[in-house]
Ligand binder design. Structure first.
Ligand SMILES: *Cc1c(COP(=O)(O)O)cnc(C)c1O
Length: 370
């Protein structure tokens, strides 16, 4: 089968399907990473990434998965307790990382699928001085999207930095790093960017970086001060995953050609197609299928769908796989009660409809067998 026949079958909420040209780009030659050819590759990648992050700051490129830069964000936060906003598995993970780095963590827990009430955040922020607030922009485990600008404004009023995991937000949902004054925002290559897994990208504001040297245990591999020193020379502190950098540069060119605004719009259209499909599915099956995240706080890149009693996410995922499509089962607390569709990366509404048709057909079969 040619690529055209197969692209559009893999709707996991990460990793996401990677276009053939990007996979092919990984065959580029090995280069010394202290030299002109590498620096020119890296400079090109920088300009593409800055357009995607909407920043004039340098974009750090880490040869790690996204978790590496979550750890960097914690390690480079100034001394003081961390306020962890938790509303799903990945935001819980951010808190775990902070504790593993021996930081004092205060958790603000909101039921999974929902988003935090800012008045509760303010109550905690006003109770003592926090170093930073951690937040997951798009909670991949539930499909809930937290609005960033009001949170950043609030945290800054109380002198706390905001550390944003936008792993399934960035490149699918609008993120204005500079205009929103985000202190640190990170993503991974394998989600809405639709690059192969293995790279993480992050941007630190000037003031976050200026305070980073106060971080008492910055370690070495994830020290943002080091990243900043090297990115200025169009280099990375250590040997980069060069083949992945070739892929990233190729994909940045595709994203620039589409424009980031058109990419955001395409993701919004895929999300609303999925939400409408859930409504239709519930009506046609007389079953309580519903979108987990409330209207107004839904991620453009991933939808978690609540399933009726007596069905399991795994059974649905298996029946969909038998029809040639890959979707995700539930995650964490919602594992058996939901399934998830990742509508992110380079997918189209047209391709997504084929997956949704197959999923509806699969659900019909699973319901009959119940
Ligand atoms: C996938 C994901 C991560 C973890 O990324 P890795 O690349 O596996 O380290 C973190 N946060 C969110 C919201 C994610 O979706």
């Amino acid at each position: 089968m040619s690529e055209l026949d197969t692209f559009g079958t893999f709707f996991l909420p990460g990793p996401t399907e990677v276009r053939q040209e990007v996979l092919d780009a990984m065959r580029g030659p090995m280069l010394p990473h202290r030299g002109a050819a590498f620096e020119s590759l890296f400079a090109g990648l920088q300009s593409g990434l800055r357009g995607i992050f909407r920043t004039s700051r340098p974009v750090y490129v880490s040869s790690s998965s996204a978790t590496g830069l979550m750890e960097a964000a914690i390690r480079c936060s100034p001394p003081g307790p961390i306020l962890a906003m938790i509303n799903g598995a990945f935001s819980e993970r951010f808190a775990q990382i902070a504790r593993a780095c021996e930081r004092e963590v205060v958790e603000l827990t909101t039921p999974w699928g929902e988003i935090a009430d800012l008045s509760r955040v303010e109550m905690l922020l006003s109770s003592r001085a926090f170093s930073a607030v951690t937040v997951v922009h798009s909670e991949t485990s539930t499909g809930a999207l937290t609005s960033l600008p009001p949170l950043v404004t609030l945290a800054h009023q109380y002198g706390a930095a905001v550390l944003v995991d936008s792993v399934t937000g960035l490149a699918g949902s609008p993120v204005e790093t500079d205009a929103w004054d985000i202190d640190f925002v990170l993503t991974g290559s394998q989600k809405a960017l639709a690059m192969p897994p293995g790279l993480a990208f992050g941007v630190a504001s000037q003031s976050f970086l200026a305070n980073a040297p106060r971080g008492v245990s910055r370690g070495l591999y994830f020290d943002l001060v080091e990243f900043e020193q090297y990115v200025r020379k169009n280099q990375t502190p250590n040997t980069p995953a060069l083949s992945l950098l070739y892929a990233a540069a190729e994909q940045c060119a595709h994203i620039a050609a589409e424009t980031i605004e058109a990419r955001w719009a395409r993701h919004a259209a895929m999300a609303s197609t999925t939400h409408q499909w859930v409504t239709t599915l519930a009506a046609q099956t007389y079953q309580p299928f519903s979108v987990v995240a409330p209207a107004g706080a839904r991620s453009p890149t991933v939808t978690a769908i609540r399933i009726p009693d007596g069905l399991t996410g795994d059974a649905i995922v298996r029946a969909v796989a038998a029809r040639g499509f890959v979707i995700g089962s539930g995650y964490g607390q919602l594992k058996s009660r939901t399934f998830r569709i990742g509508h992110m990366g380079d997918h189209t509404v047209h391709g997504l409809r084929r997956c949704l048709d197959a999923t509806a057909d699969a659900i019909g079969e699973v319901l009959k067998a119940r």
